[in-house]
Write a protein that binds this ligand. Structure first.
Ligand code: NAD
Ligand code: SER
Length: 312
């Protein structure tokens, strides 16, 4: 069967890269990008089909699926951790109803396969802080984390009860230059590169010693596509997989960037996002993903800094 993919929330940080990579692999016309808002004039996504879609509008969603004969959906529309704290009720609505609208498309046999991202935010202060395992205590304290944990439980439920082939990854903080991040606690680790390049001082909203799990976007996209290509029988997790690449603190990132810009300056002014970061793991154990579908990361901190500085 020919793959016909719909990406929802395609203009965001992950969507932009995912659409471009998938279009290269399976052909531009087989990957329909969609987002709440029209494409920006300088968008890289004009190289294939695009639809305006609010994932909360299930009639329009179904019409687009039928129109393009979609059989695979990647659902990326969500409010991220920091934005969600500012509007908890809407974050819950978007993050949960959007997921149900897509899960129900598969349950009703309109589509065959779903990718839905979870996050390290599913863990909370009572989870082990270092090398956090796949299965452990999970008591998230952010609305974002609560919505992701609930989403994971529903994904597993739809797989067990209705046979829905839904696959998921708990992404760490993602670092990329293709599109700016959309309101997360890990956004500082992208913004810092723009300031360094402009020769401006960086005002960091996290303390210098706040270690968080992070990943370069190319690793995250490869993980996503590898998981979607994996044989169903090899997947032991139908909630969401831990994956890990590297962990660093703002100070370690700043020190590395200073190799390129020795006069770069930073000031630490933690805000409400510090409390969110404090509740998350510092590093993640991804043995299960490695064993089940061969997950492996390639970008360490040196490589990540070098590619970001070259391309920003
Ligand atoms: P983003 O904020 O950059 O992009 C989200 C996109 O969704 C935006 O283009 C936005 O316009 C669109 N959108 C918002 N509401 C919509 C709606 N109602 N209907 C359709 N589109 C809508 O987010 P991202 O960083 O690309 O994240 C994508 C997914 O990955 C989210 O579920 C997020 O929780 C998850 N995730 C991201 C990271 C990260 O570091 N970027 C880490 C962990 C998990
Ligand atoms: N990068 C994301 C955030 O900070 C993690 O899910 O919200």
């Amino acid at each position: 069967m020919e793959r016909k993919v719909l990406i929802i929330g395609a203009s965001g940080q992950i969507g932009t890269e995912l659409v471009l990579t998938l279009r290269k692999r399976i052909g531009s016309n087989n990957v329909v990008a969609s987002d709440l808002k029209p494409l920006a004039k300088d968008s890289k996504l004009f190289n294939g089909p695009f639809e305006i879609l609010d994932v909360l509008d299930k009639e329009v969603l179904l019409a687009i699926v039928k129109k393009h004969e979609i059989n695979e959906v990647y659902l990326l529309a969500a409010l991220l951790s920091a934005t969600a704290e500012e509007n908890p009720m809407f974050a819950w609505k978007l993050n949960m109803e959007g997921l149900f609208n897509v899960l129900n498309l598969a349950k009703d046999n309109f589509i065959k396969k779903i990718f839905w991202p979870s996050s390290i935010a599913v863990f909370g202060p009572s989870s082990p802080k270092n090398n956090t395992p796949q299965q452990t205590v999970m008591e998230p304290t952010t609305v974002y984390g609560i919505s992701k944990l609930a989403g994971e439980r529903w994904c597993e439920y739809y797989f067990n009860k209705y046979g829905v082939d839904v696959r998921s990854i708990r992404y760490p903080g993602l670092i990329s230059f293709g599109s700016k991040p959309g309101g997360g606690t890990t956004d500082y680790a992208v913004d810092i590169f723009y300031k360094a390049k402009k020769g401006q001082k960086f005002d960091c909203f996290l303390n210098k010693d706040t270690a968080l799990p992070m990943m370069y976007m190319e690793d995250a996209i490869n993980a996503t596509l590898d998981l979607m290509d994996a044989k169903s029988s090899s997947l032991s997790v139908r909630s969401s997989y831990n994956i890990s690449a590297l962990s660093f603190t703002p100070e370690q990132l700043f020190d590395n960037i200073c190799h390129y810009f020795p006069k770069f300056e930073i000031e630490y002014n933690p805000d409400f996002r510090q409390t969110i970061a404090n509740s998350w793991p510092a590093s993640i154990n991804d043995d299960v993903a490695r064993n089940d579908w061969g997950w492996k990361s390639y970008f360490d901190l040196d490589k990540l800094c070098s590619v970001m500085i070259k391309n920003i």
